[in-house]
Every structure is written in C-alpha cells, then in structure tokens.
Write a new protein. Structure first.
Length: 417
C-alpha cells in the first residue's frame, strides 16, 4: 500500500509514517568538547595565509631548509627494500629500526636508552595525548608552567583535568613553589618544556631540574618532559634532560619529535617512558590509531641510516641563529618604548611584553592591516593572562623578510595599535 507524496506520486507507507513523526535532535556532545575551545594560534595562521603577509605567528620550520632530496631518497629506499612492508600494517610500538635509531640518539646525548624503551607516535602531540589518556582522570590536578604550550592545555582540558600553574620567573619553574604545590594539591603530573620553552623560549637551569627531580621522587609525581626544540641550540652549553637526573629515572616521560629537525609533515614523534607506563601507552595508541604510518617510519629510519642528521641540523641552526639575531636587533625599533623581551639561546620563539596601557590583541588587529602578524600571549596562560605579552617566531622568514616585517609592525604600533 502506498500513500501519495506532495506531487501526488505514491510513496511507501512506512516512509510516510516516518515523515509524519516530529524529528528529535541527536544527543548532545560530550561536555569536554564544549568546554575546550579551538586554538587561537591556528586561527591566526589561517588569517595570515594570504600572499604578502609576513608572519611571526606560527612555530613553523623553514621549508626551504627541508632536506627534500635526502627524504625523497629515503622513501625510495623504503619502497626498494620492501614495498609490501612499507604499505602494510605495522606493530603499535613502531618499526624496530626507527626505535633503535631514536634510542641511539638519546643514548648519545647522555640518557641510556634501548629500543624497547621507545614508542613511536604520530607526532609528539600524540605522545602527549597518549600519556594524558593513560594517567589523567577527570578532576586530577595537572601542573604546568605559566604560560605554556597551548595544545597541551587543550589536551589536559579534554581529559577533564584541573590545570594549575606553577610559579615561574624568567628562567622557568621555581622549585620551592613547585614543592609547596605538590605537597598541597597532590597533582598527578607536571608537564614542562624545560628547553627553549614554547611560548617563552626560556631554558630551565640544571640545578632547578635536579631539584624538580628530587621533588618528584620525594612527593610522588609523574614528570612529562616535552623536548621538541632541544636540537636547535644556537649558543651556550646543553642542559641535561630532566630524565637524566637522580630521582627522575622511574617517573619521567620524555617526548621527542622529528618535526623541527626533519619535517613536520612526516608527523613522527616518540616517547621514552618507564616500562609499565609505556605498555599502557601502547594500549592507548592501539585504541587511537593502531600504529603510526609504516612508510613514514621506514623512510625516517632509512634517512637516519644514510644521512648525518646532526650535520643537517647544524645547517638549520646556523640559518635560525641569523634569523633570531635579526629579530632581536630590530625589536627596539618595532615595539613601543618601554617594551621588554628575552634572548633565547635556541628554539623558535622570542617572548615580549608591551608597556603598561598596551594590549597585544589590539596591536594584532592593527598589525594584520599592515600585513604582519604575531601571536598574543594571553591564550598560553592558565588563569589570569598577561594581555601585554606576545610570542614572535623567527624561523620561517629570512633576515631580510624579518626586517621588513618589523618595519610593518612598527607602523602598526605608530598607527595606534
């Protein structure tokens, strides 16, 4: 039996009955999806994609410095060795040869590491997500530097954590303040970027790292040490990882990435963790994506076997050092009188603060009209932000382009931004 539709054509009776029922909305999103906003940094990057904009906003490696020939040869080698393997599913832990290469590099830097200590991830951002999923339950306290990496705040927010800031100065975490908070709040973990921090570019001194390790051991605390920028040192001596300090051996997760030294499009990162935590992270990764791209892992392993990555990074460092110096040399002309900024020993960012009465978000609005951009510092804070702060990335543009960008920024300041 068929009922007529609006044009008189017959339709099945069941369909007509369904059409007569008032539609109900689908169930609501999870509360965490509504509670955590999008990244203002990603939104600013979208605004700056138009031609002609000089952007100090994104923490992007310089594409002209990618070793495109070496990486192309590495992919060719991966297919030549075994196209079937390169295109097949893989183990969750990662390709053995890439895990071994990561372990060798970590050991060479003073942290004894075996291939079995390493889990390969889809960028170090996934490594942080896996550790958060493994350790953090809704309501758990997570400690962070203030300000800190914006995507980490998003990650902890989605997990339902109660994020608290540890007091910091221009060198980073204050160990005594950390000990007080740990004793009072009993947090689950401390997340830190101790070397060339994002967004501030600062580096935590070795004596403070040792004190943090002792606090973690004495009071019971997981340490999550994020190190995407450590290879990008332009001056000064290397500072040992937190994971190298006594007391931190059985409670530190070290996160690393190939994004800044090879190419971010590979989406390859890794984590080194104590055995039980690493096994739990493997289960979390199985639920997330089964495994990281096989062909990308094998290409990276071939690249590390065939190319002196440290020599390539030395070329990148030389270019970035010149770009950092160009930015630092021009800030006094570009920012209002009374502004302050730091001099990072490496990494990708300079952190600045405008004088009283200025607002970085308002300045950005003016800057965009002059075809230059940066990131206001407010989104990087937990709790009350400092609206006068801004982050400037120096890696994407040449010194000449940086000079022009600073000239435009000065025009934005002069115009009343």
């Amino acid at each position: 039996m068929r009922a007529p539709d609006s044009r008189g054509a017959p339709v099945p009776a069941a369909a007509a009955a369904v059409a007569a029922i008032a539609a109900s909305p689908p169930p609501a999103f999870a509360a965490r999806a509504a509670a955590v906003g999008g990244s203002p940094v990603r939104e600013i990057l979208a605004l700056t994609e138009r031609p002609g904009v000089i952007s100090f906003a994104g923490g992007l490696p310089a594409p002209e410095l990618f070793d495109t020939e070496g990486l192309r040869a590495a992919y060719d080698a991966a297919f030549a060795a075994s196209a079937r393997r390169a295109l097949q599913y893989s183990t969750t832990e990662g390709a053995p040869e890439l895990r071994a290469a990561v372990a060798e590099r970590a050991s060479a830097r003073g942290l004894a590491t075996g291939a079995d200590d390493v889990l390969i991830t889809s960028g170090s951002q996934q490594a942080l997500t896996l550790i958060t999923a493994t350790l953090v339950e809704p309501g758990d306290v997570v400690l962070v530097e203030n300000p800190t990496y914006l995507a980490a705040l998003q990650c902890f927010g989605l997990a339902g954590a109660r994020v608290m800031a540890v007091p910091c100065d221009e060198q980073g975490i204050l160990p005594d303040a950390l000990a007080d908070i740990v004793a009072r709040e009993r947090p689950k973990l401390l997340y830190t970027i101790p070397t060339f921090q994002n967004p501030t570019g600062r580096t935590l001194p070795a004596d403070r790292r040792a004190a943090i390790a002792q606090t973690a051991a004495r009071l019971g605390l997981w340490l999550v040490e994020d190190d995407p920028y450590g290879d990008l040192r332009y001056e000064g001596d290397r500072v040992p990882w937190l994971a190298e300090h006594p007391g931190a051996e059985d409670r530190t997760v070290l996160l690393g990435s190939f994004s800044k030294v090879m190419a971010p499009g590979l989406r390859l990162g890794w984590l080194r963790a104590p055995a039980a935590l690493r096994r739990a992270a493997v289960v979390a990764k199985q639920a997330a994506d089964l495994h990281t791209s096989t062909v990308d892992q094998l290409a990276a392993a071939h690249y590390l076997a065939a190319v002196d990555l440290d020599a390539h990074v030395a070329v990148v460092r030389a270019a970035y050092r010149a770009r950092r110096d160009a930015l630092l040399a021009g800030l006094c002309e570009a920012l209002p009188a009374g502004s302050e900024w730091n001099r990072p020993e490496g990494g990708m960012f300079v952190w600045a603060r405008l004088p009283e009465g200025h607002d970085a978000t308002a300045l950005l609005t003016s800057a965009i009209t002059h075809d230059v951009a940066f990131v206001p510092g407010s989104p990087f804070f937990t709790g009350t932000p400092d609206p006068r702060t801004l982050r400037l990335s120096f890696t994407t543009h040449t010194p000449e382009e940086i000079g022009e960008g600073l000239r435009r920024l000065g025009m934005a300041v002069f115009s009343g931004g």
